[in-house]
Design a protein around this ligand. Structure first.
Ligand code: HEM
Length: 405
C-alpha cells in the first residue's frame, strides 16, 4: 500500500508488520482530518495523531503518567517493571531528582568533550568508507557512532562495545520478522547484567564517566540504589543508540533520493543546524510514545477514562499540515521546524543535544569527503511497532579527492 487511504479498523498499529509493509502517510493524513483521536481495536488503546493534541498530553504529567509504561509493548502488558526507578518511566519528585543527576552528564562542557570524540570517530569512519567506495552505511558507519558515544559517556571498555550493540539491536527491534519477545527480553537481561558488573567495578574505582557519577551521586544524602544505577545506564544505551543510528541512516537515504537537497547542503546553502532538524522530523525514529490516563480526560472531542492507554504518534504529528508547510517535502532549509521527534514537556529527550551533535557530524563528514553517493541495493527495514528505519543500506560514494588526500 503506498500512501493511499485506509480504514482505521484495517490498520493494526500494535503489529510491527504494519510498518514494515505499508506507507502509512495517507492513512495518517486521513486520521488527522477525520478521526484525530480514535479508539484502536484490537488491544484497546487511544490513538492521538494531531501535533497540538500530542503536546497537550506530553505537557501534562499530572493527569497522564509514564509509570505504567511509555511504549505500546509495556503499556499493553500492563506496566513497566522499571517504573519509579528508570527516568523515562518515573514521574513526580523522583523523576525530577533522577533527571537532575543524569543532566549533569549533558552539560555544555561535557558535551563539547564528547563532540570532539564524535567528530574524530565519524570522520575516520566516513574517510575509510569513502576510500573503499562501497559500504553498508547502516552497519559500517551509523552502526559504529552512537554506541561508541554512549560507550564513551558510560565508560564502557572498547572491547565490550560490539557485545552491547548486538544486545541493543535485539532488545529493541529486529531485522527478522520471526524474532520473538523472549529473545528481546534475554537481551535486555544481558545488558542489565553487564551494567551490574561494571557498576560494581566503578564503585571500587570511580572514573569521570556517567556510570561513576551515578554510583557516587546522593539525593537527600542517599545514594541511588544499585537497581536505579543499572536501569538508568540501560536507559541511556537503549535511548541513545538505535534512535540516533536510525536517524543518520534515514538522512543518507533521504539525501540520495533528493539530490537537490544534497546540493544545497554541499554548497552550504542549507546550514547544518536546520538540516539536522529536518532529518529528525523526516526520520521520526520513535513512531510513538504513550501514557496512561490517571483521571477522566477530554481531548479532541473524545473522553478518556482513568486507566486508558493513550498513544501519541510522532509519525503523524511530524507531518501535520496545520504545523508544517508542505509536510511531505524533505526541505533542509525548513524554518520554523517545530518537530516533536524528541517528545515534549517533562520527559523531553535528555540526549537531544547529543543526538543533534552526532547527526550534524555525519552530515559534515559526508559533505567534506564525498561529492555524492548512490544507494546501490535494497534497503532493509527494521521490524518494530515503536521504532522505524533501516538496518541495511548499501551505498557507493564518489570521493571528494581534494579533501581525502
Ligand atoms: C526521552 C527520542 C536520542 C536518552 C526521549 C523521548 C523521546 C526521545 C521522544 C521522550 C519519551 C517520553 O516522553 O516518554 C529520541 C530520539 C533520539 C534520542 C528521536 C535520536 C535521534 C537520545 C540519546 C540519549 C537519549 C542520544 C542519551 C544518550 C533519553 C532519555 C530519555 C529520553 C534518558 C528519558 C527522559 C525523561 O524521561 O526525562 N527520547 N531520543 N535519547 N531520551 Fe531520547
Amino acid at each position: 500500500m503506498t500512501g493511499t487511504t485506509m480504514e482505521t479498523t484495517a490498520v493494526n498499529l500494535a503489529d510491527p508488520r504494519t510498518f514494515a509493509e505499508a506507507d502509512l502517510s495517507g492513512f495518517w493524513r486521513e486520521v488527522r482530518t477525520r478521526r484525530p483521536v480514535y479508539w484502536h481495536e484490537p488491544h484497546g488503546f487511544w490513538v492521538v495523531s494531531r501535533h497540538a493534541d500530542i503536546l497537550t498530553v506530553y505537557r501534562d504529567n499530572t493527569r497522564f503518567t509514564s509509570e505504567r509504561g511509555n511504549v505500546l509493548v509495556t503499556l499493553l502488558a500492563g506496566g513497566d517493571s522499571a517504573a519509579g526507578r528508570m527516568l523515562a518511566v518515573t514521574d513526580g519528585p523522583r523523576h525530577r531528582e533522577l533527571r537532575q543527576i543524569l543532566q549533569k552528564v549533558f552539560t555544555p562542557q561535557a558535551l563539547a568533550q564528547v563532540a570532539r570524540r564524535v567528530r574524530q570517530n565519524t570522520r575516520r569512519l566516513v574517510i575509510d568508507a569513502v576510500g573503499r567506495g562501497d559500504c553498508d552505511f547502516a552497519t559500517d558507519i551509523a552502526g559504529q557512532i552512537p554506541i561508541t558515544t554512549v560507550g564513551d559517556l558510560l565508560g564502557v571498555p572498547d572491547g565490550d562495545r560490539e557485545f552491547l550493540l548486538t544486545q541493543t539491536k535485539i532488545a529493541l527491534s529486529s531485522d527478522e520478522h520471526d524474532a520473538d519477545e523472549l529473545e528481546s527480553s534475554l537481551a535486555r537481561n544481558e545488558i542489565l547484567a553487564y551494567f551490574t558488573d561494571l557498576a560494581a567495578r566503578r564503585r571500587q574505582a570511580p572514573g569521570d564517566d556517567v556510570l561513576s557519577a551515578l554510583v557516587t551521586s546522593r539525593v537527600d544524602g542517599r545514594p541511588l540504589s544499585p537497581d536505579e544505577v543499572v536501569l538508568n545506564c540501560y536507559s541511556l544505551v537503549i535511548g541513545g543508540d538505535e534512535t540516533s543510528r536510525l536517524s543518520m541512516i534515514e538522512a543518507v537515504r533521504a539525501l540520495a533520493e533528493h539530490p537537490d537537497q544534497w546540493d544545497l547542503l554541499r554548497r552550504g546553502e542549507a546550514d547544518l543546524a536546520s538540516a539536522v532538524e529536518e532529518v529528525l522530523r523526516w526520520a521520526s525514529p520513535t513512531m510513538h510514545f504513550g501514557r496512561t490516563a490517571l483521571v477522566d480526560v477530554e481531548l479532541g472531542g473524545q473522553r478518556f477514562a482513568a486507566g486508558d492507554v493513550v498513544t501519541l504518534w510522532h509519525s503523524s504529528a511530524n507531518r501535520d499540515e496545520t504545523v508544517f508547510t508542505a509536510p511531505d517535502r524533505f526541505d533542509l532549509r525548513r524554518s520554523p521546524n517545530k518537530h516533536i521527534a524528541f517528545g515534549h514537556g517533562p520527559h523531553f529527550c535528555l540526549g537531544a543535544q547529543l543526538a543533534r551533535i552526532e547527526i550534524a557530524e555525519v552530515l559534515a563528514a559526508l559533505r567534506a569527503f564525498s561529492t555524492g553517493f548512490e544507494v546501490t541495493g535494497p534497503a532493509r527495514r527494521i521490524h518494530s511497532n515503536f521504532l522505524t528505519g533501516i538496518s541495511s543500506l548499501p551505498v557507493r560514494f564518489t570521493p571528494d579527492t581534494a579533501e581525502l588526500y
